[in-house]
Write a protein that binds this ligand. Structure first.
Ligand SMILES: *Cc1c(COP(=O)(O)O)cnc(C)c1O
Length: 387
């Protein structure tokens, strides 16, 4: 049996996969089992933020594996302390909880928001507003939070207490912010929903209305965070800091890690015994994460994410088939005039270019380390397909 056959007969068929067996990575390029190289405009799903097997990152991770791969959260580790301190310093938050994924980070945020409200106001103020077209994860609770009807099937009953508001509709938000609501949860740029940034006025309204009513703000920055949009947090572009922010995807350069941050007001809500994770804050993932933070802090890398994002956007807009490009930094979505995004991604794969889709758009989440030369080479391939 070859790898694909073995896969199909042993692994649940939850993904529509492309016929590519990935063997290794070299810098920004992926290499399949036949030795074919691919320019990577997807970096996993924005997870391999420093590309493949970045030297400093790999060294830090391997050192940690050889020193201490794991210990339970009943004990302390220096690497988790160092990672948390650096993250809190870079984000301005007061405390963090580590899990292993975006969904877990969001679960923590949801539990925190409900407990904050329960502690202060008692029962009945548990509803969380999420936006239509949002995506918050695949666990039963985060799926319930996700504002897309297509996900609300099969698994009944879903978790109660989520109310959807239309993105950028301030009237709808005002109408639903009643006395049952404890938090508003949103992505600054809706990722899976089609790479759609929120409007500044809507974000301003969320923060203003929530502050008046002691309703917490939860920014799901699982996809937008850790430099992806050209700032460490996408909230920095909007001039706002949510009470709670979640990070995952690119935070540890491709190792499992999710983080839920709380500000001064929320930092003590989750006390002893109220939340936990066996693997959360794993030393190896923390070591990888520290290497990602070191990269972002050295030189002008975030400025370069902005510049490269602008460059990629300009190049995409020169292609006739592309009718528009949304997004920020190196998180972009391109609308197509006539072609089907999924088919384009399949053809690109044949020609040696990895891409993603988001709804009916092509989605670009290249490694933050991508070079102009690689952008150019990827664009040449894409142009050829979109002709
Ligand atoms: C990917 C994603 C998640 C889920 O993350 P997992 O690591 O797959 O659990 C949640 N929120 C947003 C915005 C995401 O992009």
């Amino acid at each position: 049996m070859n790898t694909i056959e073995k896969f199909d007969s042993n692994i649940m068929h939850t993904y529509g996969r492309y016929p590519l067996v990935m063997e290794k990575g070299k810098g920004r390029d992926a290499v399949d089992e036949d030795g074919k190289e691919y320019i990577d405009f997807g970096s996993g799903i924005g997870t391999n933020s420093l590309g493949y097997c970045n030297e400093g990152w790999a060294e830090a991770v391997c050192d940690q594996v050889r020193t201490l791969q794991h210990t339970s959260n009943y004990y302390y580790t220096k690497v988790q302390a160092d990672f948390a301190e650096k993250l809190n310093r870079m984000t301005g938050y007061s405390a963090v909880f580590f899990g292993n994924s975006g969904a877990e980070a969001n679960e923590c945020a949801i539990k925190l928001a409900r407990k904050y409200s329960f502690d202060k106001y008692g029962k009945g103020r548990h509803n969380i507003i999420t936006l239509v077209n949002s995506f918050h994860g695949r666990t039963l609770c985060t799926l319930s939070a996700t504002g897309q009807e297509v996900f609300h099937n099969y698994f009944f009953p879903f978790v109660e207490g989520f109310v959807n508001v239309e993105a950028n509709n301030i009237q709808d938000l005002k109408a639903k912010l009643d006395s049952t609501v404890c938090a508003v949860m949103f992505e600054y740029v809706q990722g899976e929903g089609g790479v759609v940034p929120l409007e500044q006025s809507f974000v301003d309204a969320i923060f203003e209305l929530c502050a008046e009513r002691d309703i917490l703000t939860i920014a799901d920055e699982v996809q937008t965070g850790v430099g992806r949009t050209g700032k460490f947090l996408a909230g920095d572009h909007f001039g706002h800091k949510a009470n709670i922010t979640t990070l995952a995807k690119g935070i540890a350069g491709g190792l499992p890690m999710g983080a839920c941050f709380a500000d001064e007001k929320c930092k003590d809500v989750l006390g002893k015994g109220t939340h936990g994770s066996t693997f959360g804050g794993n030393p190896v993932s923390c070591a990888g994460g520290l290497a990602v933070l070191d990269y972002i802090q050295s030189g002008d890398h975030l400025e370069q994410v902005n510049e490269k994002g602008k460059y990629l956007k300009e190049k995409l807009l020169e292609i006739d088939e592309i009718s528009g490009v949304d997004g920020m930094g190196l998180m972009l979505g391109a609308s197509l005039k006539t072609k089907n995004a999924g088919e384009v991604v399949g053809k690109a794969l044949e020609k040696g270019l990895l891409m993603l889709t988001a709804k009916d758009k092509l989605r670009f989440l290249p490694p933050l380390t991508i070079t102009y030369d690689e952008i150019d080479r990827g664009i040449v391939i894409l142009e050829g397909i979109l002709k």
